[in-house]
Design a binder for this molecule. Structure first.
Ligand code: ADP
Ligand code: MG
Length: 263
């Protein structure tokens, strides 16, 4: 069973190019500076519906900043970003709606410590999506079941393992019915034995047709789930390719050098 049955591939076959839909996230000539640091340099990136794009690159290359511009946690200095054909809103209520449509999962789980697991997942849908409490709870319990933590619904975040908390964070983002999910190194803070349980949920999501942008160095995930790998270095997209080609035949020296260090 996949997390998003409505989008599941009816053929039951693995992901394929013909399964990919229209443009979901488009970055066009995006430039960003932090003072004198040119952190994003002429970023052109199109992510289509149901596509899974893995972003990799050295620390400090701008991967997190790229993610943060897409849900407007960071502004950009030049260029444009559209989500499902619409420019990103500047402020106010529209911005809250954008944050709902762009689900984000960070390295640190960022759960609300003083709310139960169930409340963590229902809060956004009730406040932003205006769901009734009972609807939100029903949906939250389904999502928690699907990420394998349904029996933890009444506990508090600190009572869960890191892997469980990260799966709750994924359920919380999904509860908002996002159009795209951004993952910024979601397994980097986890103990090794918990990495797989989180990656399994992400693979399941990918197979269910979720549009995903995933910053990760987990090659296994990239090979299994990614349609495309984007390699960033010093604020620029240096190379992009299908995972197999990228990992076996990187074309740029910077990608070769990077892969030589992590593989
Ligand atoms: P990555 O996620 O690839 O490690 P980041 O996007 O976090 O890279 O950071 C890219 C560069 O921008 C780094 O040099 C980082 O120190 C710098 N940076 C990130 N956020 C800020 C900020 N808010 N102000 C100033 N510099 C920043
Ligand atoms: Mg980062």
């Amino acid at each position: 069973m996949t997390l998003l049955d409505k989008d599941a591939d009816p053929s039951g076959e693995s992901r394929g190019g013909n399964n990919i839909g229209g443009e979901m996230v488009v970055l066009d000539g995006v430039e960003k500076w932090f003072g004198k640091l040119h952190v994003l340099q002429n970023i052109n990136l199109t992510v289509r519906q149901r596509e899974v794009v893995v972003v990799i690159g050295p620390s400090g290359s701008g991967k997190s900043t790229l993610c943060r511009t897409i849900n407007r946690l960071e502004t950009i200095d030049q260029g444009s970003i559209t989500l499902d054909g619409q420019p990103l809103p500047e402020e106010g209520k529209e911005l809250a709606r954008l944050r709902a449509e762009v689900g984000m999962v960070f390295q640190s789980f960022n759960l609300f410590a003083h709310k139960t697991i169930l409340e963590n997942v229902t809060l956004g849908p009730i406040k932003v999506r205006k769901r009734s409490k009972s609807d939100a709870e029903k949906r939250a319990r389904e999502l928690l079941d699907r990420v394998g933590v349904g029996h933890q619904a009444d506990k508090y975040p600190a009572q869960l393992s890191g892997g469980q908390q990260q799966r709750v964070a994924i359920a919380r983002a999904l509860a908002m019915e996002p159009k795209v999910m951004l993952f910024d190194e979601p397994t980097s803070a986890l103990d090794p034995e918990m990495i797989k349980e989180v990656l399994d949920v992400m693979v399941d999501l990918a197979e269910g047709g979720m549009t995903m942008i995933v910053v990760t160095h987990e090659m296994g995930f990239a090979r299994t789930a990614a349609d495309r790998v984007v390699f960033m270095s010093d604020g620029a997209i240096v190379e992009e390719n299908d995972p197999e080609t990228f990992f076996t035949k990187p074309s740029s020296d910077r990608a070769k050098d990077f892969l030589g260090k992590i593989l």
